[in-house]
Ligand binder design. Sequence first.
Ligand code: ASP
Length: 380
Amino acid sequence: MSLWSRRKFFLTSLAGTAVAGSTKLFGAAPATLGVSLPAAQGKRPLIISSANGVNALHKGMDILKAGGDTLDAVIAAVTVVEDDPNDDSVGYGGLPNEEGEVELDASCMHGPTYRAGSVAGVRRIKNVAKLAQTVMQRTNHVMLVGDGARRFAVAEGFPEENLLTEHSRKIWLAWKASTSFNWRPGIDSPEWKEKMSSIFQGTPEDQALLARAMQVIKDPPTGTIPCMAVDAKGDISATTTTSGLSWKIPGRVGDSPIIGAGCCVDNEVGAAGSTGKGEENIKISGGHTIVEMMRQGKSPTDACLEALSRIARHYKNDKKKLGTFHIYFYALNKDGVHGAASLWLNGYEEGKRAKYAVHDGAESKLVDCATYFDSVGGDQ
Ligand code: ASP
């Protein structure tokens, strides 16, 4: 299908919904871009996440198949990613804030009991999705932040540890060196070089690290794992966990711990989550927007595209401005139909579509995201 006809297909399907009808009440609906995909078949139980969860979803699926709770299932899956030192976007080994301290955010919602828990700006505690669940289960609050959240974790028996791996520490130092002469050997040093590569030794490992450092300095990664599950009965839960934006100002909180932005569940409807530039999601309450769109009859994919269109409208669809960031939404509904959409075709590689992970009981696989702009972001 050509871009135009795919667009037309999306607009036509949009026009058929109650949502499009209701926007007429408030004047002509602005043109919405977006490339939808053929509707997925619903299946239960089902668990989905961002692409970085593809090797972890089986943990959650095992729990769902054994008749376990949906929240336990999603927490079990994301804990695998939080514990992985090679994933530098989540939990242990996450890229730190500008001062070299890893600060984590997480949230969760339990559909069957309509409860929520959340933590933000947490230092030295690795499993913050579990911590958000513990806030939900063992306090009369929904959200704990900063040192209060850390002290609560310690009181509840969570181990305290340094979350900065050697890998993340060196990349952070490379970032420091790239931003300030003061963090590089001086001109009187035998190690002086014009370029920041002088802080690496030149071993093959260092070269690989340097390549990664250059990549994340050029395009600071935003990484996270949102995970949502529906069981055989139709009960739904979700969690989102992240180390947030790398090199952030200490204390910065993104969308991941914000109930209704980075994570949202309504047990009568479905669930939604997000990755990417959290500030843009917070401004549209993306998770809540998507759940409400699904309540009004949109498919998960089209609901995600609608959330993206609201972000794009904030910038009058200006591709130059929108090209400065990436954002992705993920959703599933009560029937086990799932979808996801990315603002750009793909963050980094020409021609490659962004993906998300789905485990339908048989296997865990990566499937295509729909896209709002059918081109690569960041190069507009
Ligand atoms: N959404 C997260 C945040 O803004 C980051 C990410 O998804 O990478 O903190």
